[in-house]
Design a protein around this ligand. Structure first.
Ligand code: ARG
Length: 476
C-alpha cells in the first residue's frame, strides 16, 4: 500500500482534479471507489459515445476539424489496442472513461484534452450503459426467437402426441404435447415483446446533460443522438444523469424470462425422472453421481432453476440501489453495473444452453405420456360433457361420472375399459358412442377452438407463431 500522508498528489486520477485537493486519496479509497475492473467492459460504447460527442462539438464549431481528426485517429488506435488486449488498464485511473481519455491525450495531445468539453462522466456513463444494454437486448431478443423456433419445431412434431395435462400436479385432462410446448412459446413471445418495449426506453440519449444541469456550449443533442442511433434525447438533464429505471426495467424483463425458464426446468426435472419418464434429456446435458452408479442427473435444468434466484436478486439489488437517491447523480449508481452485466451474462448463457436442449437434446417418450394419461381418468370431464349434451345438468353428470370413476378404480381399469352395460348402470343416457369421447384422442380432438389443445389447433398455433417471428424479423 502506498503512503496516505498529505503529500503532492501521486495517484494518476489526481491530475484530473488535483487543483482542488491538498492530498491524494488513500490507497484503500482508491481501490474502493475504482470501477475500471468491471466498467472496462463498456469501452467500445464509451468510444462510440466520445466519437459522437466530438463530431457534434465540431459540427457546432466548438472543436476544429483538426481536433476531430486527432480524436478520431486516437480513438481508433485505442479501440484497436483494446480489441487486441494490448490496452493497459490502470486502477489509478479509476474508471473506463479516465483510462481512455488519458491514453487519448498521450496519443494525440491537446485535442484529447478538449474531448471532455461540455460533457461530464455523469452523462457519459449513463450514455455508455444505454448503448451497451441496447446491444445486449438485441442479442437476447435474437436468442428468444431461436428458443421459440425450437419450441415451435418440437410442437409441430408432437401435435398429435397425447400426454396428461395437470392441475395441482394431478392428472387433470389429456392435452397434446405440442400444445404444452406451445404454452412456452407463448410465454417467450411475451418476453420478447417486453424486451422490444424496454428497448424503446433504453434507447434515449443522456449525453448533453453534462454533470446535471446541461452545458453552456451551443450543443446539438439531436445531432449526436442521430449519430448514435438513439430514438430520442432524454428530455431533462437531472433525470438523464441520475435515473437507472431503464436498467431496472430490463432486469425485471430478464427476471421474467428466467422465471419462465425455471418453470420449464422444473417440468424437465420432473418429466425426465424415472417416475414420469415423459422425456429423455440427452446425456450431454446431464451428469452422473460419484457414488450412485445408476444416477443420471438433470444438472442443466436444475442450474437454470438455481440461476433464476440470482437474476431475481439483481433486480432487487438495482431497485434498492435507486430508491433512496436524491437528484441528481450519486456515486451509488456505480453499483448498477455488476448486477446488470451478470444479469445479461447469466441470461445469455442460459438461453444458449436451453435453445440447444430443446432443439437437439429433448426426446419425448409418447408411450409413457399416454400411460400416465390413461391412469389418471383424464377423460372423466369428457364423459360428463357427453351426458350434458344428452340433457343431464352438469352437476348431476359430475356425480354420475364420479361413481363411474370409483367403479373403474375398484376394477383397476381405465374408464374406456368399462363395458357399456356397466356404464349404463350409472346413467341410461350412455350409449355405444360414448367410447368416442372416452378415448384420449377423442378428448383432445374435441377441444378444437382457438387456444384449445386439439392437434388441428396446435398446427394452427404453430403457423401463427412462425408468422409472428417472421414479421418480427422483418421489423414488424
Ligand atoms: N464510474 C462512475 C459510474 O459508474 C462514472 C461516473 C462518475 N461520476 C462522478 N461524478 N464520480 O457511475
Amino acid at each position: 500500500m502506498s503512503s496516505t500522508k498529505p503529500s503532492a498528489p501521486s495517484s494518476q486520477t489526481a491530475e484530473f482534479w488535483s487543483g482542488r485537493f491538498s492530498e491524494p486519496v488513500s490507497e484503500q479509497v482508491k481501490i474502493y471507489t475504482a470501477s475500471v475492473d468491471f466498467d472496462q467492459r463498456l469501452a467500445f460504447a464509451d468510444i462510440d459515445g466520445s466519437l459522437a460527442h466530438a463530431r457534434m462539438l465540431t459540427h457546432v464549431g466548438v472543436l476544429t476539424d483538426a481536433d476531430l481528426r486527432d480524436i478520431e485517429r486516437g480513438l481508433a488506435q485505442i479501440r484497436d489496442e483494446i480489441a487486441r488486449g494490448a490496452f493497459v488498464w490502470s486502477v489509478d485511473l479509476e474508471d473506463v472513461h479516465l483510462n481512455i481519455e488519458k491514453r487519448l491525450t498521450a496519443l494525440v495531445g491537446d485535442a484529447g484534452k478538449r474531448l471532455h468539453t461540455g460533457r461530464s462522466r455523469n452523462d457519459q456513463i449513463a450514455t455508455d450503459i444505454r448503448l451497451w444494454l441496447r446491444d445486449a437486448i438485441d442479442h437476447l431478443h435474437g436468442q428468444l426467437q431461436a428458443l421459440r423456433e425450437a419450441f415451435i419445431d418440437q410442437a409441430e412434431k408432437h401435435a398429435d402426441t397425447v400426454m396428461p395435462g395437470f392441475t395441482h400436479l394431478q392428472v387433470a385432462q389429456p392435452v397434446t404435447f405440442g400444445h404444452h410446448l406451445m404454452a412456452y412459446e407463448a410465454m417467450f413471445a411475451r418476453d420478447a415483446e417486453r424486451l422490444r418495449d424496454t428497448r424503446r426506453r433504453v434507447n434515449r440519449m443522456p449525453l448533453g446533460a453534462a454533470a446535471l444541469a446541461g452545458t453552456g456550449y451551443p450543443i446539438d443533442r439531436e445531432y449526436a443522438a442521430r449519430l448514435l442511433g438513439f430514438e430520442a434525447v432524454c428530455p431533462n438533464s437531472l433525470d438523464a444523469v441520475s435515473d437507472r429505471d431503464f436498467a431496472i426495467e430490463f432486469s425485471a424483463a430478464a427476471a421474467l424470462i428466467m422465471m419462465h425458464l425455471s418453470r420449464l426446468s422444473e417440468e424437465l426435472v420432473l418429466w425426465s425422472s424415472p417416475r414420469f419418464g415423459f422425456v429423455q434429456i440427452a446425456d450431454r446435458f446431464c451428469t452422473g453421481s460419484s457414488i450412485m452408479p445408476q444416477k443420471k442427473n438433470p444438472d442443466v435444468p436444475e442450474l437454470v432453476r438455481g440461476k433464476t434466484g440470482r437474476v431475481v436478486g439483481h433486480l432487487m439489488g438495482l431497485i434498492t440501489l435507486m430508491k433512496s437517491q436524491p437528484l441528481a447523480y450519486n456515486k451509488d449508481n456505480q453499483e448498477d453495473k455488476e448486477p446488470l452485466f451478470d444479469t445479461v451474462d447469466t441470461l445469455a448463457a442460459t438461453l444458449a444452453i436451453v435453445i440447444d436442449l430443446i432443439a437437439n437434446g429433448l426426446t419425448a417418450v409418447p408411450e409413457r405420456m399416454r400411460a400416465a394419461a390413461l391412469e389418471g381418468y383424464a377423460t372423466a370431464t369428457d364423459l360428463a360433457d357427453y351426458l350434458v349434451r344428452r340433457g343431464l345438468p352438469f352437476r348431476d353428470a359430475h356425480e354420475v361420472v364420479a361413481r363411474a370413476v370409483r367403479e373403474a378404480e375398484t376394477r383397476n381399469v381405465t374408464l374406456e375399459a368399462l363395458p357399456l352395460d356397466v356404464l349404463q348402470q350409472f346413467s341410461p343416457l350412455i350409449k355405444e358412442d360414448v367410447y368416442e369421447v372416452l378415448t384420449l384422442e377423442g378428448s383432445v380432438a374435441s377441444r378444437n377452438h382457438t387456444g384449445g389443445t386439439a392437434p388441428e389447433q396446435v398446427r394452427k398455433a404453430v403457423a401463427v407463431a412462425r408468422g409472428r417471428i417472421k414479421s418480427e424479423k422483418n421489423g414488424g
